[in-house]
Design a protein around this ligand. Structure first.
Ligand SMILES: CC(C)(COP(=O)(O)OP(=O)(O)OC[C@H]1O[C@@H](n2cnc3c(N)ncnc32)[C@H](O)[C@@H]1OP(=O)(O)O)[C@@H](O)C(=O)NCCC(=O)NCCS
Length: 153
């Protein structure tokens, strides 16, 4: 398995198909926004034997901060380290370009189990909770904000 930049339309459609098969995390509005973002923002994909197994889409907030917009791993391949590998690839890419902070917004509904797994993923990978915004204006529901410092010095 290797991680590389998303290049083709077929790869983009494979990413959308992965997300569509995860309705506990991505609703219709989310999928629409994702479709738009995968065309305009930097996206990395995890590929094995020509098959896309996962993706991560990022957005430049400013010259120091990068936001993870979307991330998903094909359902049957979850919990095998693919998300962590895509995250490490993204972090190395970001450090090389001078970014200092990685930000991610995720569901702040602490009673919703699917996103509990997502929060565990980010926390295991060194992200720190910094705010719970309720409601987050763009979403109309609560958002949990995580940050991770990329500087090692
Ligand atoms: C979140 C996601 C991208 C993580 O990718 P992944 O390949 O499954 O994650 P990894 O195998 O690298 O997991 C690393 C750690 O995260 C935590 N974690 C990941 N999935 C978990 C789960 N289902 N339940 C509990 N903890 C989980 C664990 O601590 C895990 O380490 P461990 O297996 O050694 O205990 C993936 O599970 C996914 O697609 N989730 C649904 C969509 C989503 O939440 N997207 C992010 C919001 S936009």
């Amino acid at each position: 398995m290797r991680v590389k930049p998303l290049k083709s339309n077929a790869e983009r459609l494979a990413c959308l198909e992965i997300a569509k098969a995860l309705p506990e995390w991505f609703n219709e509005a989310g999928l629409k926004a994702m479709e738009r973002d995968l065309k305009s923002e930097t996206t990395f994909i995890a590929v094995e034997n020509g098959r896309v197994l996962g993706f991560i889409a990022i957005k430049h907030l400013n010259e120091k901060a990068l936001e993870i917009l979307w991330m998903a791993v094909r359902r049957e391949f979850r919990r095998k380290g693919i998300g962590t590998e895509m995250l490490h690839f993204t972090e190395e890419w970001a450090v090389k370009r001078g970014f200092e902070v990685l930000v991610v917004k995720t569901s702040g509904d602490l009673s919703y189990k699917p996103y509990d797994e997502t929060r565990r993923f980010y926390e295991k990978n060194g992200f720190v909770r910094v705010a719970l915004i309720d409601p987050y204006p763009e979403w109309g529901e609560e958002a949990l904000i995580y940050v991770k410092c990329l500087r090692k010095d």
